[in-house]
Design a protein around this ligand. Structure first.
Ligand SMILES: C[S@@+](CC[C@H](N)C(=O)[O-])C[C@H]1O[C@@H](n2cnc3c(N)ncnc32)[C@H](O)[C@@H]1O
Length: 375
């Protein structure tokens, strides 16, 4: 039954992104998910260098370009026409590598068509990008090995996948120790009822398959990731009477989270961390997530979980980390929040930031994820 359901969803989504949509402008929505913080100049330039046809077929819902990418191996889940892949391929440089995987053949074809163009533009002798036609729930079948990537990114895709746990489990498998999943997606304010889930347009709109936001932390813990770190969020308003009546009281948010793969336990201590400012484009401060900004040379007290993330990840060489000796009241398993002030709710963050995004115009065939006016 589940296999049949998954196959039907895959087919509908492939038709939508392969046949119905030809370019971002075919979207009828006025969704314009602009990052809350200013986008660093080096990222704006990397995005501007991407070929026009690739950018025209971009359907993401956030910015999935984390900091400090030089020499990294990056996997993009549901890479579509490859916009994010080409932007990050420039940033990882010739010694890094980017793999994009997508199940919609025509999107993969567009992505592949421009490998030469981008490598030429970036002055790379050997291509550092590969595109695979395949399913993100089955990365093994696509030849993706365990512990092989520093970062997995994904832009508005996991909501379209029926078995989200399978995807996250695969991500955990392919990430190296200290690696992270940095991804933007749509989340719901409650568990969606069957009627909403089964609504074909809402699923295509990236709303019907949206995860209840609290379930992300539950899934992450089940699989072994550290608790999700919230980076950015935008409330999405649905301006379509027909769809609104199906959705009822549910609200939606587009949010960017980072999930780290670390040792299962972290020390029950507090730490002083000092950022040395060495990360290109983030020399003065590193906005790690919505709760932690590290200013160059400034000492910040953090719990064991944040210290473990910094110490075990690619950020390690840019931080001086020393224990302050104070014991936390609870065991320091990688499952407890460090402080009750920490924001984990993307709806609260979006409201706090005043980020509102209209979505789903009167045309019911409209789709999610247009950022054609953003970035
Ligand atoms: C909303 S688009 C986003 C595409 C791309 N990330 C971007 O920002 O332009 C969703 C993409 O996810 C792909 N996709 C959805 N489910 C998938 C799955 N199970 N395996 C692989 N790709 C999938 C679709 O083919 C489509 O290209």
């Amino acid at each position: 039954m589940a296999a049949l359901r998954d196959a039907k969803i895959h087919k509908d989504v492939q038709d939508y992104y392969g046949q119905v949509l030809k370019k971002s402008e075919d979207l009828q929505t006025n969704a314009c998910v602009t990052p809350a913080r200013p986008v660093p100049k080096y990222i704006r330039e990397a995005l501007q260098n991407v070929h026009e046809e690739v950018t025209l077929r971009y359907y993401g819902c956030g910015l999935v370009i984390p900091e400090h990418l030089k020499n990294c191996w990056i996997l993009d889940l549901g890479s579509g026409s490859g916009r994010d892949c080409y932007a990050v391929s420039q940033l990882v440089g010739e010694m890094g590598h980017v793999t994009g995987i997508d199940m919609t053949e025509s999107q993969v074809e567009v992505a592949k068509k421009y490998i030469g163009y981008h490598m030429n533009k970036y002055g790379f002798q050997i291509p550092n990008v590969t595109f695979i036609h395949g399913y993100i729930e089955k990365l093994g079948e696509a030849g993706i090995k365990s512990d092989s990537y520093d970062i997995v990114i994904s832009n508005c895709v996991v909501n379209l996948v029926p078995d989200k746990q399978q995807v996250l489990q695969e991500v955990y498998r392919v990430l190296k120790h200290g690696g992270e999943l940095y991804f933007s997606d749509i989340y719901a304010s409650l568990e969606l009822p069957e009627e909403t889930r089964k609504h074909k347009i809402l699923w295509g709109e990236c709303l019907g398959g949206a995860l209840y936001w609290k379930d992300l932390a539950i899934l992450a813990q089940k699989i072994g990731f550290c608790p999700p770190r919230l980076v950015d969020a935008h409330v999405i308003t649905v301006q379509n009477k027909e769809l609104e009546s199906v959705i009822g009281d549910c609200r939606f948010v587009s949010a960017t989270f980072r999930l780290f793969k670390l040792p299962k336990t972290v020390p029950a201590k507090r730490y002083q961390v000092i950022y040395n400012g060495g990360i290109t484009g983030h020399e003065e401060e590193l906005v790690f997530d919505t709760n932690f900004t590290f200013k160059e040379g400034e000492s910040v007290e953090v719990g064991g979980e944040t210290a473990a993330i910094l110490e075990n990840s690619r950020f390690a060489q840019h931080f001086l980390i020393t224990p302050v000796g104070e014991k936390l009241p609870t065991p320091g398993e990688c499952t407890v929040s460090e402080s009750k002030d920490i924001i984990t709710d993307p709806f609260k963050l979006a409201e706090k930031l005043g980020n509102w995004t209209s979505r789903c115009s009167s045309n019911a065939a409209s789709s999610c994820c247009s950022t054609k006016k953003s970035c």
